[in-house]
Design a protein around this ligand. Structure first.
Ligand code: G3P
Ligand code: MG
Length: 357
């Protein structure tokens, strides 16, 4: 834009509130929208298509890069979603880039965990699938896994191929559980091998490399009527076994909700999504308080993850619990009561717009 064009455009107003939507059990169940979610999102846009308030998706799920998730959400929900509006469990793994940028790291879970990590800039990433394929007999029951069809094997790296990195002399510096693991038995076995040997499967005991989980959800709501075991359940399984076969207890770090830093970061991201954030603002005296939100709404279905997280984060968070996912109670949750309980995400958005209107 030329200066004159730029000045003639009406300056979009900053909003005093923002919204973080949980995905599984609030927006989607599996790949199916729930609770009137497409309609609820459309209500956030005015007649001229301008956004009434900044919003983003804050999920503990993942397995594909944020750009791909944004495209997928756009398709499923019929509203244009930007990559900057998607925060997944593994999104904060970016902050570890400096430490592991050129180190050999292993990424595991459903989807494309290695692609997620290389998208963040990590240079030497192997999926656990590929890494395990270079170690003959590492999974003693692999021949019984009929679901590892010929097609699936053709797509991954064949057993005899030459490793991209020198996996036999290069130590695994860290393991990242990016998304829900697919083959728990094999994954627990190979992780135990990596972790107890100090990063050299099949060799003597060594110092445990760091282990990172994208989230620690015990259960989550997918398409099946009752909850499914999540990454936290996998962590418990791995930890119980590791602690029985190794002299030192498993050390790990979990990211995702309900960690307070996730909510702090979400607040910063919502500020960046404010319409006038990128413009030169002469009234901005450097006091960030002048841009502070009065209220940030967290709409979630899991009391011990979404509601606990918003509660711990404190002001300006306001928690709304829906009944379309993990929580199905009549009244509020006893241990982590939300500021508001509603049936659906659409009801939540209606409440917010009325309250803020
Ligand atoms: O695997 C996804 C699950 O753990 C949680 O997803 O969107 O409910 O935070 P979400
Ligand atoms: Mg959820």
């Amino acid at each position: 834009y030329s200066q004159s064009q730029f000045q003639s455009r009406p300056e979009p107003e900053r909003s005093s509130f923002g919204i973080a939507f949980d995905i599984d059990g609030v927006i989607l169940r599996g790949r199916v929208p729930v609770g009137g979610s497409p309609r609820a999102l459309r209500k956030l846009y005015g007649i001229s298509g301008t956004l009434k308030a900044p919003f983003l998706f804050l999920t503990n799920g993942g397995g594909i890069p944020e750009s791909r998730r944004a495209a997928e959400l756009t398709e499923l929900l019929g509203v244009n979603i930007l990559p900057s509006q998607v925060v997944q469990g593994h999104t904060p793994f970016k902050s570890l880039l400096r430490r592991y940028e050129n180190e050999l790291i292993i990424a595991l879970g459903k989807g494309e965990p290695a692609l997620v990590m290389s998208d963040y800039g990590f240079k030497k990433v192997l999926s656990l699938d590929e890494y395990a394929s270079y170690f003959k007999n590492i999974d003693p029951v692999s021949q019984y896994k009929l679901w590892r069809t010929k097609q699936a094997l053709d797509c991954s790296h064949p057993k005899e191929s030459v490793p991209r990195y020198d996996v036999y002399s290069d130590r695994v510096s860290a393991a990242f559980v990016v998304s829900d693991p697919v083959d728990w038995g094999r994954d627990i076995q190979v992780l135990c091998d990596i972790l107890r040997s100090g990063g050299f499967p099949g060799q003597e005991n060594g110092h445990q490399p760091p282990l990172y989980f994208a989230a620690d959800d015990l259960e989550y709501q997918a398409a099946f009527p009752s909850e499914r075991l999540g990454m936290g359940a996998f962590r418990i399984a791995l930890e119980s076994i590791f602690n029985r076969i190794h002299h030192d207890a498993l050390e790990y770090v979990s990211f995702g909700k309900p960690n307070p830093f996730v909510f702090k970061n979400t607040e910063a991201l919502l500020t960046q999504l404010q319409p006038s954030h990128c413009h030169n603002d002469t009234t901005n005296t450097g006091n960030s308080q002048s841009h502070a939100f009065k209220t940030l709404y967290m709409i979630g279905d899991n009391p011990s993850v979404d509601i606990k997280g918003a509660q711990q984060a404190g002001h300006p968070w306001f928690s709304i619990l829906t009944r379309t996912g993990v929580f199905k109670g009549k009244d509020n949750h006893a241990e982590f009561p939300a500021d508001l309980v509603v049936d659906t995400v659409e009801e939540a958005v209606d409440y917010i717009l009325k309250r803020e209107g």
